[in-house]
Write a protein that binds this ligand. Structure first.
Ligand code: FES
Ligand code: FES
Length: 344
């Protein structure tokens, strides 16, 4: 991928980032220098990242408000190698985000971050203006971000529009940092390979996993029970709801190791043969879903909500179902289904 000599130390702030050639997600091959004129975010992070979730946009706006009070991000989406944002007063802005650089690949060697999770923000000249590597966790200090942005501004030849690009990119990078902290709290530490005994829907499974694997990943990736969905992977959406010893939990927040010895029930275990659970039947009857992505989590939560006795009024149901988000807005149907199923 590169022919440059390897340097074990990451480039410092103010250094020209090493050039490299990479295959972009759209299949084209580009060198970093080909992207000159645009700020670039390099993310050595293996997982796919969706920057468009509402809490993240709110985070970008709070941060952007500090450096550019008159700007507001209306929409963010990621298409292939670009982060596109609609910024009020600026229209569409576009930043290159190379977010699936291999933490253990040659480019990571080139940037001195092998085995680590790392972010680099480059200005339009390819100069490093901010970087973070390793198990940081939490957000970088706001002062550090502002300093990085003022460096981008001072670097010359940066228009207001490009500055907005860099600001959006930097805040997007900020949003990624906690994920890095959570995903790899000890990037270089030894991880213990183990096998966990999980009891799921009445069956025993011996699951090979390292001790950081979530119950959600163990269910989906190891056991093959993909009915439980991964939405945010951060305990915010409820798509991953399962029952653990009869209580609803967000399986993305439970380690597989913690679930040993417990009885796990997933959406696959709810029906009895061909006979659907009354909550499942009610969801169909009341058209309680559109895309269906949140539905398994909604149903598991609804079953618990009824068992817990939190169905006294529509408001009570809404309150006790508030941990389950539906981006299609099927809430009315969900409410009706729970009201119908609660007597069964
Ligand atoms: Fe969103 Fe677990 S995947 S709460
Ligand atoms: Fe689409 Fe709920 S039905 S997210």
């Amino acid at each position: 991928m590169t022919t440059q000599e390897l340097d074990p130390a990451p480039p410092a702030i103010g250094d020209l980032a090493p050039d490299f050639e990479s295959v972009l997600p759209d299949g084209t091959v580009a060198r970093l220098r080909d992207l000159a004129g645009h700020p670039v975010v390099l993310a050595f992070f293996p997982a796919q990242w969706d920057p468009a979730r509402q809490p993240q946009i709110e985070l970008y706006n709070r941060a952007l408000g500090e450096v550019m009070p008159d700007s507001n991000i209306v929409r963010v989406s990621q298409k292939e190698s670009f982060l596109d944002a609609d910024v009020s007063g600026e229209g569409e802005v576009r930043v290159y985000v190379l977010d699936s650089l291999d933490s253990n690949g040659e480019i990571a060697d080139l940037f001195g971050v092998r085995g680590e999770q790392a972010l680099f923000v480059l200005d339009g000249h390819g100069v490093v203006r901010w970087h973070r590597a390793g198990p940081v966790g939490g957000y970088p200090p706001a002062d550090e971000i502002k300093k990085a942005l003022s460096e981008v501004k001072k670097s010359g030849g940066v228009s207001r529009r490009q500055f907005v690009f860099a600001a959006v990119a930097t805040f997007a990078a900020m949003a990624l940092m906690p994920k890095i902290g959570v995903a790899e709290p000890r990037a270089k530490a030894q991880t213990k390979q183990a096998a966990f005994a999980l009891r799921v829907n009445g069956r025993e499974y011996k699951v090979p996993a390292d001790n950081r694997m979530s119950l959600l990943d163990a269910l989906r990736e190891r056991i093959g029970l993909t009915g439980t969905k991964k939405g945010c992977d951060h305990g915010q959406c409820g798509a991953c709801t399962v029952h653990m010893d009869g209580r609803r939990v967000n399986s993305c927040l439970v380690l597989a190791a913690q679930a040993e010895g417990s009885h796990i029930e997933t959406i696959e275990g709810l029906a009895h043969g061909d006979r659907l659970h009354p909550v499942q039947e009610a969801f169909i009857k009341h058209d309680s879903f559109q895309c269906g992505y949140c539905t398994p989590g909604q149903i598991m939560s609804a079953v618990s909500c009824i068992k817990e006795g939190h169905t006294g009024s529509p408001d009570e149901i809404k309150e006790w179902m508030s941990g389950n988000i539906c981006r299609c807005g099927a809430y009315q149907g969900i409410l009706e289904a729970i009201q119908e199923a609660k007597g069964k």
